[in-house]
Design a protein around this ligand. Structure first.
Ligand SMILES: *Cc1c(COP(=O)(O)O)cnc(C)c1O
Length: 385
């Protein structure tokens, strides 16, 4: 299917809605039936029929069809946040007594789900450095049922070899889930490498304007229907029709936004990588990165995130650089129009503290501004450091 068709036409059924170019927001919680026979049919086919908006809403369905097609999946199911999607996908694959192998340095709340939440329900989790597939193999137990991936990972942007990990999982009868938010559905399609379920925080690139929250799970019809009947309907973390409409609008510009973000990021990274006050840039698309070849094998191109390790002797020096930036906003999240930094030093109260990530790490997200404007900002802040 053509990308342009998916984004501009798929699922929209304009003829049904006055030929409106923008799809309708069907802001209704409920749907009526004309006959008992119709109601009976809807109750038996709730995932596909219009009975109640927690189950199926036509505006939300348009988004689900488009995102399924972008991820080359049979189906997709939308949630009220990325974590709603992550939690539903994970819970759909495990039960008490099972074991999960999860990659280290996932998104913070995914880590909490794995470390604090799943153990309460009798599910054990082992966290591994996913850059070596052998670590997954070593962690496998007889009760391992799920490999959970995030590639690139949060903050350090390390990759997992998707084809190799998926093949290993198949061999041991384990399911695989990947959080594909950092790559976006345009730059990496994990189902093509044998991964079973793909999750996105739509809040990031898919929305693209920092004004709406949502999540999506993409996979085979069988797996998505299983989630529909359990986690989706019972936990109820569904997406509102209005939010789905904002995501459909965000999707219209996803290809041009991603192209701009990819180009600008390469320029900003090139500047930082050659700057004497920068010790290292964590970005798999740098030719010197140990996973450069893998990055090109499984991703189409880079997205807008990377981290730098500053040559800094003190917390104050890192803080000075971050505080001096005038155009990069200091914030969590990413994926919108605006460029951001996230200073790891914010998690430190003293330099002697030992956290998982060093105090001199600063995560960057490059948005849609002119890259030269961003480089000038970084240059003046580095000069003040
Ligand atoms: C933001 C984020 C999430 C969580 O998404 P929300 O929409 O904020 O719930 C999950 N994974 C990654 C990689 C993220 O960046």
């Amino acid at each position: 299917m053509d990308l342009s068709y998916i984004i501009n036409e798929l699922g929209e059924e304009r003829g049904k809605y006055y030929d409106a170019v923008a799809p309708p927001i069907l802001q209704t919680s409920n749907f009526a039936s004309n006959t008992v026979a119709e109601m009976r049919y809807k109750m038996r086919h709730e995932a596909d029929a219009h009975l109640y908006t927690r189950g199926n809403n036509p505006t939300v369905s348009i988004l689900e069809k488009k995102l399924a097609a972008l991820e080359r999946a049979e189906e997709a199911i939308a949630f009220g946040s990325g974590m709603g999607a992550v939690a539903a996908a994970v819970l759909s694959q495990v039960k008490a007594g099972d074991h999960v192998v999860c990659v280290k340095r996932t998104y913070t709340w995914t880590k909490t789900l794995m470390q604090r939440f799943l153990p309460r329900f009798g599910v054990d989790v082992t966290q591994v450095d996913g850059s070596d597939t052998a670590n997954f193999e070593r962690a496998i137990r007889p009760n391992t049922r799920l490999f959970y991936l995030e590639s690139p990972t949060s903050f350090t942007f390390e990759l997992q070899d998707l084809a190799a990990v998926a093949a290993l999982a198949r061999k041991h009868n384990c399911a695989t889930i990947i959080d594909n938010s950092f790559a976006s559905p345009l730059h990496q399609n994990p189902l093509s490498f044998g991964i079973d379920l793909v999750v996105h925080s739509c809040t990031k690139y898919i929305g693209g304007h920092s004004d709406v929250m949502g999540g999506i799970v993409c996979g085979s019809r069988e797996r998505i229907q299983k989630i529909f009947k359990a986690e989706y309907m019972t936990l109820g973390a569904v997406m509102s029709p209005h939010d789905a409409w904002l995501f459909i609008r965000g999707l219209r510009t996803l290809p041009v936004r991603m192209e701009r973000v990819a180009d600008s990021t390469q320029k900003v990274v090139a500047y930082l990588a050659s700057h004497p006050k920068v010790a290292q840039v964590l970005f798999p698309f740098l030719p010197s990165h140990p996973q450069h070849a893998l990055a090109h094998r499984q991703m189409r191109t880079n997205s807008g995130q990377f981290s730098v390790l500053l040559h800094a002797d003190s917390l104050e020096q890192v803080d000075r650089f971050c505080d001096s930036l005038q155009h990069f906003l200091m914030a969590a999240s990413w994926g919108g129009h605006e460029s951001l930094i996230f200073p790891m030093s914010a998690a430190y109260t003293s330099q002697e503290m030992k956290l998982d990530l060093p105090f001199n790490l600063v995560r960057f997200y490059v948005g849609l501004e002119d890259p030269d404007y961003l480089i000038r900002d970084v240059a003046q802040a580095l000069a003040k450091m």
